[in-house]
Design a protein around this ligand. Structure first.
Ligand SMILES: *Cc1c(COP(=O)(O)O)cnc(C)c1O
Length: 367
């Protein structure tokens, strides 16, 4: 039988722990604990503790988490937010929905926000920087924090892909005024549906966000604010509590696969692999993004071998979407990056044989 390596095997997310998920579903449902119950509180506390921050607020998804963060941290009409164009449309859409102006800048060779380009993108209207902690690697935050300080800008981290990743020992998502995580199924801590989280050390923002996600309700009804509904389902929180029990193992497994890729593929001149740690970084490999020659042919070659690959964001950086209003931005480095980038399979369902099959097939292509 020919070996198959799906890019991400969604049914396995359930089937690998089917009995446990059924047990949790039964327990939560029997308690009638569907909305904002102890499982949510417990999960929020655990994430806050894990990240070493004061507060965590479960919300419906990471896009909501960004929207709510910008709104409550004071983004006003016309305010500019600088972000790297190599990200999901969710990052700039969270600015647009608040009537702000998302300003795309270049990514560097690691796919993360380019410091010089960030600096050059700042104008009198800039109010926020949104670094994106992509692929489970945290940006070099020191220069970003310096720029934020110099120009008095706030930072909202899109760390939807960053849970567990660290820079100088500090967790992705904890450097700025707010950080967000996503629990979308294919994310490193993925539930059986949508889910998201805001983390912060800012007490006022925390209390506002906590009521904003629940129709603006506060314990004292005189203090009610306008809000919306963006609650993290208690059932998902219960699933996530279970999955979080073995989160360190999840990270270990991904790091081991990354190490295997590095061992097999680092001699191929046509490929640039993601770095495997350095003194400042601890990477969790939400994705394994390579830069390679003849990318489209390689993708095809791997598809013929039943190996699923992906070009992130459907193959386009944000500024390359023609009808979304970014035509005045010229980002040649990011354009070049998107001619060469490819995600190869990276998830905990991969067997050693599958990883080996991916490696051998790539080696064969460049021979
Ligand atoms: C997944 C992702 C999001 C959106 O997360 P959702 O929970 O699906 O809303 C935002 N930004 C980045 C970088 C992502 O990878």
């Amino acid at each position: 039988m020919k070996m198959k390596v799906p890019f991400f095997d969604y049914p396995q997310l359930y089937s690998l722990n089917k009995n446990k998920f059924i047990e949790i579903f039964d327990d939560v449902s029997s308690r009638g604990a569907f909305i904002m119950q102890n499982d949510l509180k417990e999960f929020e506390n655990r994430i806050a503790k894990y990240c070493n921050v004061k507060y965590a607020i479960g919300v419906a998804n990471a896009t909501d988490a960004l929207e709510i963060s910008f709104k409550l941290l004071g983004l006003k009409k016309g305010d500019e937010v600088v972000f790297p164009s190599h990200t999901m449309l969710a990052s700039p859409s969270s600015v647009i929905i608040n009537s702000g102006v998302p300003v795309p800048c270049e990514c560097n060779e690691e796919g993360l926000i380019d410091i010089e380009s960030l600096r050059n993108s700042i104008t009198k209207k800039t109010k926020f920087i949104m670094p994106v902690q992509l692929n489970g690697r945290t940006c070099k935050m020191d220069p970003i924090l310096e720029i934020a300080k110099q120009y008095e800008l706030k930072i909202v981290e899109d760390s939807a892909q960053g849970l567990g990743s660290r820079y100088k020992g500090k967790m992705a998502g904890t450097f700025g005024d707010a950080g967000v995580y996503s629990f979308y199924p294919a994310k490193i801590l993925g539930t059986l549906g949508d889910g998201g989280m805001i983390i912060t050390d800012n007490e006022n923002f925390y209390h506002e966000a906590l009521s904003f996600r629940d129709h603006g309700r506060k314990t004292n009804s005189e203090e009610t604010i306008w809000g919306r509904n963006s609650r993290l389902h208690n059932l998902h929180a219960a699933f996530l509590n279970f999955q979080f029990d073995y989160f360190e193992k999840t990270i270990e497994k991904r790091r081991k696969i990354a190490y295997t890729y590095k061992k097999w593929l680092s001699n191929i001149e046509e490929i640039k692999l993601p770095v495997y740690d350095d003194d400042d970084h601890y990477d969790t490999y939400q994705n394994f993004e390579i830069l390679c020659d003849s990318r489209d042919q390689l993708k095809k070659h791997l598809a013929n071998k039943n190996i699923g690959t992906l070009i992130q964001w459907g193959g386009k950086a944000v500024h390359q979407f023609k009808n979304l209003g970014f035509s005045k931005y010229n980002l040649p480095n990011t354009d070049k990056y998107f001619e060469r980038c490819l995600l190869i399979p990276m998830n905990v369902f991969l067997s050693d044989n599958q990883v080996e099959h991916v490696c051998k097939s790539i080696i064969e292509f460049y021979k």
